[in-house]
Design a protein around this ligand. Structure first.
Ligand code: ADP
Length: 229
């Protein structure tokens, strides 16, 4: 199985690229969806977060008020780290479960769409790693337009993240999304060709087919040994 890592910075165009993969039939594991699920009322993540941040962060229906929690952690790096630390094991487990479901289905190439791929050290699970990069000026403009935010607010959200240049330096494949959507689509086609090339032997052995083939070979080997003894 080939597990492609997809990451980027805020408003670099990661979701746009993720949607292109989806549109081309590549299964996606979306860490944002997993992160939302691990905070649902009554789950282990919900319990940890309520215990650490208090019931003030809850809505009337008992669900976490994400906007309120977001404001708290955004203005306080210590509490942001705490939240990340509390939720990280639940998110990793959730992602692993989604990968397992796709493995059982027999998918051989999947994309892990994880904004904090490097920060959460999930990069070691993925190969190749695709980083969607954009120049800082364009990133700021797109963020302000998309979220309707003020320049100062947008800048501090960008600065709160790991630098996009550092992410780029750790990528196997870089998509430069500074240009138009047409330019992005052109690059995407090349990336699609790269990531859908035939599986390596190791990737094949990690796929469902490879695992069944190994089991079958062991079974045949044992049967032959028994016959000849
Ligand atoms: P991310 O998921 O990395 O936060 P998005 O995919 O949401 O970023 O992209 C940020 C914004 O920029 C969105 O409004 C998106 O429609 C827009 N966008 C993405 N790529 C381009 C592009 N090449 N040209 C113009 N706008 C773009």
């Amino acid at each position: 199985m080939r597990i492609v890592g997809l990451t980027g910075g805020i408003a670099s165009g990661k979701s746009t690229v993720s949607n292109l993969f989806k549109a081309h039939g590549i299964p996606i594991v979306d860490a944002d969806i997993v992160a939302r699920n691990v905070l649902k009322k009554g789950t282990g993540g919900w319990k940890k977060v309520v215990a650490a941040f208090g019931e003030d962060i809850l809505l009337e229906n008992g669900e976490v008020d994400r906007a309120k929690l977001g404001q708290i952690v955004f203005s306080d790096p210590g509490r942001r780290q705490l939240l990340n630390r509390l939720l990280a094991p639940f998110i990793s487990r959730g992602i692993l479960m989604e990968v397992l479901k796709l493995w059982i289905k027999g998918c051989s190439i999947i994309v892990l769409d994880v904004p904090l791929l490097f920060e959460a050290k999930m990069d070691k699970w993925t190969k190749p790693i695709v980083v969607v990069w954009v120049d800082p000026k364009t990133q700021l403009q797109r963020l302000m337009i998309r979220d309707g935010s003020m320049e100062e607010d947008a800048k501090s959200r960008i600065n709160a993240q790991m630098s996009l240049d550092l992410k780029r330096s750790q990528a196997d494949i870089v998509i430069d999304n500074t240009g138009s959507l047409e330019a992005l689509h052109e690059q995407f086609q090349k990336v699609l060709t790269q990531i859908t090339r035939p599986l390596t032997w190791t990737e094949f052995m990690l796929s469902r087919k490879g695992a069944f083939l190994t089991l079958f070979s062991i079974f045949v080997g044992v049967a032959i040994c028994k016959r000849s003894s």
